[in-house]
Write a new protein. Structure first.
Length: 181
């Protein structure tokens, strides 16, 4: 990247930013669908992770998080306000996250909704043309726990509700799409 204002340089930067954003989206989808392979694909094997009470390798965070969310009925993760600064094959990213977990109530009385918001501050590296996270710091700014307040969700047929895992409608539709159907 010789001239920072050349068309080629600007296109390369746009492509790098898009690839990084797709990693952030993939991370959220991986947790929402409980797809371990997708989650792990966001991190380099030597990636470090610091979030909440966890401080260690990102691969260990994935195992830790999957164990902690094993009994979670439904989740939703989103990211927004993505900032990316590029320098060759390295990048820094900050994004805001919002998460909701429908989980067993702490007091054993049924279910509760846990909401949390914060930021992911990530260092990315491009290796072999692929961007992945090499260091993540998760910063929590807000949380709330409340009783569930669904009005009609349970009345919907099972086919109309999202699922955590391979039986979610996304996977069947992806398989059909990839098979040309």
């Amino acid at each position: 990247m010789n001239n920072p204002s050349s068309l080629e340089t600007r296109i390369e930067a746009i492509e790098a930013r898009e690839q990084i954003i797709q990693v952030l989206y993939r991370y959220c989808r991986g947790w929402d669908r409980r797809d371990e392979d997708i989650i792990r694909s966001c991190f380099w094997p030597d990636s470090k992770h610091q979030h909440g009470v966890f401080d260690g390798l990102s691969s260990d965070f994935v195992a830790f998080g999957l164990t902690r969310t094993a009994n979670v009925k439904a989740v939703r993760h989103t990211v927004s306000n993505v900032m990316i600064e590029l320098s060759g094959d390295r990048a820094i990213s900050e994004c805001y996250f919002a998460a909701m977990h429908r989980r067993p109530a702490a007091d054993g009385s049924g279910e509760e909704d846990y909401f949390s918001e914060g930021r992911f501050v990530d260092r990315f590296e491009r290796r072999g043309g692929e961007w992945r996270i090499v260091r993540r710091v998760g910063l929590n700014d807000f949380e709330r726990v409340q009783p569930p307040s669904d009005v009609a969700l349970e009345a919907l047929p099972a086919r109309a509700r999202g699922r955590r895992g391979a039986d979610d409608a996304l996977y069947a539709m992806l398989a059909d799409f990839r098979d040309g159907r």
